[in-house]
Structure formats: structure tokens, C-alpha cells
Design a protein around this ligand. Structure first.
Ligand code: NAD
Length: 492
């Protein structure tokens, strides 16, 4: 009764995303019974492949998963390959013939999911052809799943959005932000709205500042070509970090439904302060990693990476301050940072509470300073949360010390946490858009990012590379908080 019925048409079926994420995720849905008899997948790309060869690609992509050969073969038999140049109108006619045939063969009720797993340059043209060549069905559902990056700035995002909206209604569009598919990001809502002791304190009377860190230990690796056109601001801050900040800042939704949550996200983003150029200069720090020798091995700097210009000024690190101008958050900075080649891979949120109005223990022991209460939400690599409270030190006298109440687990290791893409694909099959990004959210975060990008473009950095591989970023990122009398909680 859980079985979903749909035809998937994947544009970019030979690509990296399809192999690494989409096929394994579809397979897990198959193992769990969400996909069974009534589904089929058409993979398209330009290369001429046979179905047999395509089955081999799909099979190979599942090699890390636990499965029997029979199960894999039965799953792969639902896959069909269609050589297809997305810019050629005639190819869509061939595609539609195959789609129609599979629709009958597998009784797919004209339900179709279109997945854009290829270069964003083609998103607009594919959407246009899906309508003009009448691939969109009249009686089933038609849903478009679209990958990041969604635009390069506000103007290009708006243009892309208009192209897509010419063929699809907003509620048919599922803009992927895979961070929203992560267990612990979703858990932000559980922690906030399932716990009175937390939500009661969730405002500017009790919270001093909130810190969001998405640090990566790896460098750009093989994504350098794309990265050179984007940088950390576009790659991480405009989308993932902004989405996490939004979930932390939004008001409690009327119910836990897609539309109610979305309403609140859009509302709180409406209060996101868009910096003036002067503020952007002050509130944002950029960095680029240089080479380093770690444990005797030399790590190359960003400018030495393949496909990177030797004088590149693309930022691989951003730290900045976001502010929501509303009753709940006025005066509470959201400090955010992300970067490559940092000391440790981690995604986490540190919520720092205000100090008590006075420290009565001072009189007893004058070297005693109360530590900050901090709620930490761990997203990756382990999932869970921690609460730092002050307790009495053992022994005579009355000194205090911070203790950590920690709840952590590795959901992936427990085997019951669906991978982000698996969850998002199932959401799209269910027509649930809670964990996807609405245009009104995107437009606001682009406006926010654009100001910073513009200031940066007008003032080329003179000190790049300005942080060492394996450090936690440029010194200016620490000064950003020190200036406000604060410091980064996570400091590995
Ligand atoms: P890729 O380069 O590996 O694959 C691109 C695919 O498009 C290939 O199958 C190629 O054959 C096909 N293609 C190219 N030109 C075509 C044309 N004219 N007609 C038909 N097919 C054509 O790219 P990828 O890494 O799989 O990324 C796909 C999308 O997913 C991009 O938007 C990317 O930004 C996004 N994305 C990828 C990842 C990832 O982990 N790979 C992560 C996040 C987002």
C-alpha cells in the first residue's frame, strides 16, 4: 500500500549525480517497497548507449549496497536508456514515445517526475521542451526536480525561474537543497517545537547569538571547474546555510505541513536584513586556502588545483553575520561560516545563551566565571545535540565548571536513517514540498548574497591565499566575532 507509481525521466543519466546519488537512492526506495512493480526510469544523455550497457551502469552504482544479484537485476530491468540531446526538439518526440509505452507497460497512471541532473545551462531549455513537445501529461502528476545551482545571482535566478514557470506551476517544482533532506536539519524542528524548555527560551531575551558552521576538510577536488564560477558564498551560504538559519529563526508553523512551514520560512526571510555595501564589507570575511604540509604530506593550495587560475580570487571560505529584524531576533546575530580545507569536517549549530544577570558565586571564589550555556545541534558527521551547563566542581570551595550533556549517534551507522537524496525523492513522489526551496525563499537569499558578491567584485582581495590548509580559516573570521565581544564556540 506504500507503493508509489511513477515514471522517472532523468536528464543527465550518465552523470556523476545520477550514479552516485540517484540510482542508489532509488534502489533503497525499491528495497523498502516504495518502488515495486509500477515504476520505470528513463535515463537520458547524449551518448549512444544500449539498455544493457545502462543496466550495467546502474548495477555498478549499487556496488556498495547490500543486495542480492536477483534483486539488483530486477530493479535494473525497470531502467531504459534514451540517447537524447536536450536542445534538439525532435529527440523529445522519441522520448515521449518511449514514455508513453512505459506508461502502459508498467501502468504508471501518467505520473511523471522529471529530474534535471545536468548542467544548469540546460534547465530552461528542458522545461520549455517538456511543454512544447507535450511530454507533460494531462491526467497524472508532473513534477520537476531541479538541482542546484539555481542561478548565479538574483537576476539569473529570476530568469531561470521564469523559464521554468512557463511550463510548471510553483507547486510542481521541487528545488533540491540536499541539506534539507538531512536527518538532523529536519531535527531542528523537533528540538524547537517538541520541547517547551527550548522553545520558551528561543528568542532575543535569552539567546545571545547563534553560530552555524559548515566546515569541510577536503579541498575543491574535482569540482574546481564549477567552483571557479561560484565560490563559497554561492556554493554554500546563499542556499544551505541560509536554509538552516531560516529553520532556526522561523516562527512556529500552524501545523507541521508543507504549506504552513513554507509560509513561516518565507515570512522570516522577509525580515532578513539585506546589508548596505558598507555593512557587507564589515559583516563578511572571505578567504582562500593556501598550501600546507600536514603530517609530512604537502597539500596543494587552491590556486595550484587543476582548472583553477593561478591568480584566482575565488573564495573558498566565508564567515559572516546575518540578522533577522523582527520581534524575536532583533539584536541576535547569526554568525555563519563555511570553508574548504579546514581543520575538521563538521556541520553544526551552536546556540549561545545569555549570561545570568549576575554571578552570585563570585563572592565565594573570585576566579570563578560562569561559562556560557550552549545548545549544540550536531548535523554531520555525527548527529545529535549537546547542552553545556555549569555545575559545581567536586570538593571544597565553590567553583563551577561547564559540563556537557551529550546525545550523539551516527544514524547512518544505525542503518535506519535514509540518505538525503532518498528522503527527498520519496517526498517528491508523495508531493510533499516541505524540504524543498520555494522561489520566494530563493529570491530573498539571492538578494542577500548579491550585495556581498558585488562588494567583493569591486574590491579584489589582496591577501589571497589567506589561510592555511588545516586551519579554521583566516584570522579576520575570529576578529569578526571578537569585535562584538564574542568567539566561535567550535574551535577544533
Ligand atoms: P555531470 O557532468 O557528471 O553529468 C552531466 C550529464 O548531462 C551527463 O549525463 C551528460 O551526458 C549530460 N549532458 C550534457 N550535455 C547534454 C546535452 N546537450 N544533452 C543531453 N545530455 C547532456 O554532472 P553532475 O555532477 O551529475 O551534476 C548534474 C547536476 O547536479 C548539476 O546541476 C550539478 O550542479 C548538480 N549537483 C551535482 C552534485 C554531485 O554530487 N555531482 C551535487 C549537487 C548538485
Amino acid at each position: 500500500q506504500n507503493e508509489k507509481v511513477a515514471l522517472f525521466i532523468i536528464f543527465g543519466g550518465s552523470g556523476d549525480l545520477a550514479r552516485r546519488k540517484l540510482y542508489p537512492s532509488l534502489f533503497r526506495l525499491y528495497q523498502k517497497g516504495y518502488l515495486d512493480q509500477h515504476f520505470a526510469v528513463i535515463g537520458t544523455a547524449r551518448r549512444p548507449w544500449t539498455d544493457d550497457y545502462y543496466h550495467q551502469i546502474v548495477t555498478d552504482s549499487l556496488s556498495d549496497l547490500q543486495a542480492t544479484d536477483e534483486q539488483v537485476a530486477a530493479f535494473a530491468s525497470h531502467f531504459y536508456y534514451q540517447s537524447h540531446d536536450v536542445t534538439n526538439s525532435e529527440h523529445y518526440v522519441v522520448l515521449e514515445n518511449l514514455a508513453k509505452k512505459l506508461d502502459q507497460q508498467y501502468e504508471l497512471q501518467s505520473n511523471r517526475l522529471y529530474y534535471m541532473a545536468m548542467s544548469p545551462n540546460f534547465f530552461g531549455t528542458i522545461a520549455k521542451h517538456l511543454k512544447s513537445e507535450q511530454i507533460l501529461t494531462a491526467d497524472g502528476f508532473n513534477r520537476l526536480i531541479i538541482e542546484k545551482p539555481f542561478g548565479h545571482d538574483y537576476n539569473s535566478a529570476e530568469e531561470l525561474n521564469e523559464q521554468i514557470r512557463a511550463s510548471f506551476a510553483e507547486d510542481q517544482i521541487y528545488r533540491i537543497d540536499h541539506y534539507l533532506g538531512k536527518e538532523m536539519v529536519q531535527n531542528i524542528s523537533a528540538i524547537r517545537f517538541g520541547n517547551n524548555i527550548i522553545e520558551s527560551l528561543w528568542n532575543n531575551r535569552y539567546i545571545d547569538n547563534i553560530q552555524i558552521t559548515l566546515s569541510e576538510a577536503l579541498g575543491v577536488e574535482e569540482r574546481a571547474g564549477y567552483y571557479e564560477t561560484a565560490g563559497a558564498m554561492r556554493d554554500m551560504v546563499q542556499n544551505h546555510i541560509s536554509q538552516i538559519a531560516t529553520l532556526l529563526a522561523m516562527e512556529p508553523p500552524v501545523s507541521f505541513s508543507a504549506t504552513d512551514i513554507r509560509d513561516e520560512k518565507i515570512k522570516v526571510l522577509h525580515s532578513l536584513h539585506i546589508d548596505t555595501p558598507e555593512e557587507a564589507r564589515r559583516n563578511f570575511v572571505r578567504g582562500q586556502y593556501g598550501p600546507a604540509t600536514v603530517d609530512g604530506a604537502r597539500l596543494e593550495g587552491y590556486r595550484e588545483a587543476e582548472q583553477v587560475a593561478s591568480d584566482s580570487n575565488v573564495e573558498t571560505y566565508v564567515a559572516g553575520k546575518m540578522e533577522f529584524e523582527n520581534y524575536r531576533w532583533a539584536g541576535v546575530p547569526f554568525y555563519v561560516r563555511t570553508g574548504k580545507r579546514l581543520a575538521k569536517k563538521a556541520t553544526r549549530v551552536d546556540v549561545v545563551f545569555k549570561q545570568l544577570p549576575m554571578n552570585i558565586f563570585n563572592a565565594v571564589s573570585d576566579e570563578d566565571k560562569l561559562g556560557d550555556n550552549v545548545l549544540t545541534i550536531y548535523v554531520e558527521p555525527t548527529e545529535g545535540f549537546g547542552l553545556r551547563v555549569n555545575a559545581k566542581k567536586l570538593g571544597q570551595g565553590f567553583a563551577t565548571r561547564p559540563v556537557d550533556l551529550d546525545f550523539r549517534h551516527s544514524a547512518a551507522a544505525a542503518g535506519n536513517s535514509p540518505e538525503a537524496y532518498e528522503r527527498l525523492l520519496l517526498d517528491a513522489l508523495n508531493g510533499d514540498s516541505t524540504n524543498f526551496t520555494h522561489w520566494n525563499e530563493l529570491s530573498q537569499t539571492w538578494k542577500f548574497a548579491d550585495v556581498v558578491e558585488k562588494v567583493w567584485a569591486e574590491n579584489e582581495p589582496t591577501d589571497f591565499p589567506n589561510y592555511r590548509s588545516g586551519s579554521m580559516g583566516p584570522a579576520a573570521a575570529n576578529e569578526l566575532l571578537a569585535r562584538d565581544g564574542r568567539h566561535w564556540i567550535f574551535d577544533p
